[in-house]
Write a protein of this length. Structure first.
Length: 338
């Protein structure tokens, strides 16, 4: 039976659900763009070019909106998420997809949401509801089916598998590090300075990027810029907005929509007709996300004694801090398109 409080909670969650939807849609579109840009740019150069484009957009928005520096308490999470998610994740994923096919990479990287759920319970003190576990199991099975149906295991290398596993771990650690930062700073602040951190981490690839730009076709460079503006600047900001309003485990499960969207986009944009097994896997992904996100009430806050080492009491914020929800500085999205 649905109570009025349940209905109110769902209405309050709609902004977070919409923001998460924008993120997964844009991250799914990124895989199509990476195919083009990755043929002309090496992994490090592609990551740096993407981050430079994103940083320029985010800094410009911050200047227009007069967004200042994040509070000191937010910096540890910003720096860690920027280094491992914006930096290490993008480089290792680009590199890993050169060593294994896209289907195999998708299977391995989709370990990430499972790691997020486990780490969020251990470090953030979040709950692990049975419906969330069940939904993630169904979605992971669907992602595995999609991966198997599109993979070429004979050409997969041990290095590629290791790189994709490292990418999944970097993604999970980045999300867990970002969650505490959003208690002290808004979504735009956290995303902008994490992106700048990732850009600094990728600066050693500057020479490679400069040498590859003249020889790259215009379509590859445009795809790299698209990756920076939309799947990075916009999608990571909407993700941070959603993360500030839900648990990391529940939001991480939402990314299991990505394999299904990638199948659909490849069908529409690249005329790659999916087989019955691929379609069945995509359907499983969507079903699992529905169970994980919408099948139960949000978990109540954990008692302080059961909280993880990264969990913080709201009272620890300095006196006079703003009471508006973190992330309320989300920029308005105009025309939109991992």
């Amino acid at each position: 039976m649905t109570t009025s409080s349940d209905a109110g909670t769902r209405r309050q969650n709609w902004p977070a659900i919409a923001a998460a939807g924008i993120s997964v849609l844009l991250w799914a579109s990124a895989f199509v763009s990476i195919r083009s840009a990755g043929e002309a740019y090496s992994p490090g150069a592609l990551a740096l070019g993407r981050l430079l484009a994103a940083s320029l957009v985010l800094v410009a928005i911050c200047l227009v909106r007069r967004v200042g520096l994040p509070p000191r308490a937010a910096w540890p999470g910003i720096l860690l998420s920027g280094a491992v998610w914006f930096g290490a994740y993008m480089v290792t994923l680009n590199w890993g997809e050169r060593e294994v096919d896209a289907g195999t990479a998708s299977m391995i990287v989709n370990v990430g949401p499972i790691l997020i759920a486990l780490l969020s319970r251990r470090l953030l003190g979040e709950g692990l509801p049975r419906r969330l576990v069940a939904g993630m199991a169904v979605s992971f099975a669907g992602a595995a089916v999609v991966g198997v149906s599109t993979s070429d295991a004979e050409n997969a290398s041990a290095l590629g598998v290791a790189l994709c596993l490292l990418a999944a771990l970097s993604y999970a650690v980045g999300v867990i590090a970002q969650k505490p930062a959003l208690r002290h700073a808004g979504a735009l602040q956290v995303t902008t300075f994490a992106c700048l951190t990732g850009t600094l981490a990728c600066l050693p690839f500057t020479g490679v990027l400069i040498s590859e730009v003249p020889d790259a076709p215009g379509s590859a460079t445009l795809n790299m810029l698209y990756l920076g503006v939309f799947p990075t600047a916009l999608a990571f900001t909407t993700w941070a907005f959603a993360l500030a309003r839900t648990t990391a485990g529940r939001l991480g499960a939402t990314t299991y929509v990505v394999p299904a969207l990638v199948v659909l986009m490849a069908w529409l944009a690249l005329d790659e007709v999916p087989g019955p097994l691929t379609l069945a896997g995509g359907a499983l992904c969507l079903a699992g996300v529905a169970v994980a996100r919408y099948g139960s009430r949000p978990a109540p806050p954990s008692p302080r004694e059961n909280a993880g080492p990264l969990a913080e009491e709201p009272a620890e914020e300095p006196a006079g801090a703003r009471t508006a929800p973190a992330g309320s500085d989300l920029p308005q999205a105009g025309g939109q398109g991992r």
